[in-house]
Design a protein around this ligand. Structure first.
Ligand code: NDX
Length: 256
């Protein structure tokens, strides 16, 4: 059976951190070309309907850790690390893979980005899963540790904000519509990137609750990936809608 190679975890986490910096340097000025930041809309080739695309892209993030768990010798859910993986990471990606895509009303998604997105999800699913199953060790009273309780709270809060904001965005369109409107309600009252804010809070919560390098690397990647994207959404709205609420910030309520 598999065992823990701390060097592998360290190397993969550092590489994830490096990918985060690469992502930041590539997309700080120019947003990733999907959704509202894609110029050539009338090129149907090289795209997949949003539903298939998000399903396929996010599936490995659920499947890889779930497979790693299934391959583990029983009792599979005995160590706390495995339970954390199962309940937090796989729970989020269950939502993102099996629920979110089936309700999305997004535009068709570019195949090329889908390919890299899938690779990313395989990589990250393996890293988080491998670490929590084979490497993580927690003291018996971890569940009452302030890092665990506060991290879990942040995770749940972030997930709630993320799911609620995704729902508000979806309700802006009727089925088949592809136009953009001003998001209203929930945290959108304060920021343009409410769904991104929730997702970032969620993964920093996960990092604090698991107190692990791979999880901090992933939280950092999320910040570098969708933080700038929230800013680009914000600029898009200001440019497009004359009546866009002036007090609304890009990502962090009242701050930025
Ligand atoms: N997928 C994470 N980099 C990404 C896909 C692309 O889950 O090679 C990161 C994720 C990947 C990226 C992923 C990683 C980096 C990649 C990149 C491609 C290239 C890049 C691989 C994996 C790369 C290097 C070189 C470094 C390796 O038509 P539409 O789609 O715009 O409709 C939208 C609609 N909507 C509106 N409708 C009406 N009126 C409005 N005003 C509207 N505004 C939006 O709402 C969508 O249907 C929907 C949501 O849109 P949007 O733009 O707000 O969110 P979106 O970016 O689509 O994300 C959806 C959810 C969201 O909850 C977000 O938090 C989460 O997924 N997410 C997204 C991206 C990354 C991520 C989470 C994470 O890092 N944890």
């Amino acid at each position: 059976s598999m065992q823990c190679f701390p060097g592998l975890v360290l190397a993969l986490s550092l590489l994830l951190g490096a990918l985060a910096l690469l992502q930041l340097s590539l997309h700080l000025r120019v947003p990733s070309r999907y959704g509202k930041h894609e110029e050539r809309l009338c090129r149907p080739r090289g795209r997949l309907p949003a539903r298939c695309a998000w399903f396929l892209q996010e599936l490995p993030s659920f499947l890889v850790p779930a497979l790693l768990l299934a391959l583990r010798s029983p009792p599979r859910l005995e160590p706390l690390g495995c339970r954390l993986l199962c309940c937090l990471f796989c729970w989020h990606y269950f939502y993102r893979t099996f629920i979110y895509p089936f309700f999305t009303r997004g535009r068709p998604f570019p195949l090329q980005l889908l390919f890299f997105g899938m690779l990313f999800c395989i990589y990250n699913g393996f890293l988080q899963g491998y670490y929590l199953i084979y490497c993580a060790e927690y003291p018996n009273d971890w569940c009452t540790d302030i890092r665990f309780t506060s991290g879990l709270l942040l995770f749940l809060l972030g997930m709630g904000i993320n799911i609620h904001s995704d729902l508000l965005l979806r309700q802006l369109r009727k089925p088949g519509e592809v136009t953009y409107k001003i998001p209203q309600g929930g945290l959108f009252t304060y920021v343009s990137g409410a769904n991104y804010f929730g997702e970032i809070v969620e993964w920093f919560g996960f990092a604090i609750a698991t107190w692990s390098l791979p999880a901090f690397a992933f939280a950092f990647f999320t910040l570098c990936c969708i933080g700038p994207r929230a800013y680009h959404h914000h600029r898009y709205y200001l440019k497009t809608f004359m009546d866009y609420p002036k007090s609304r910030k890009a990502l962090i309520p009242f701050v930025f």
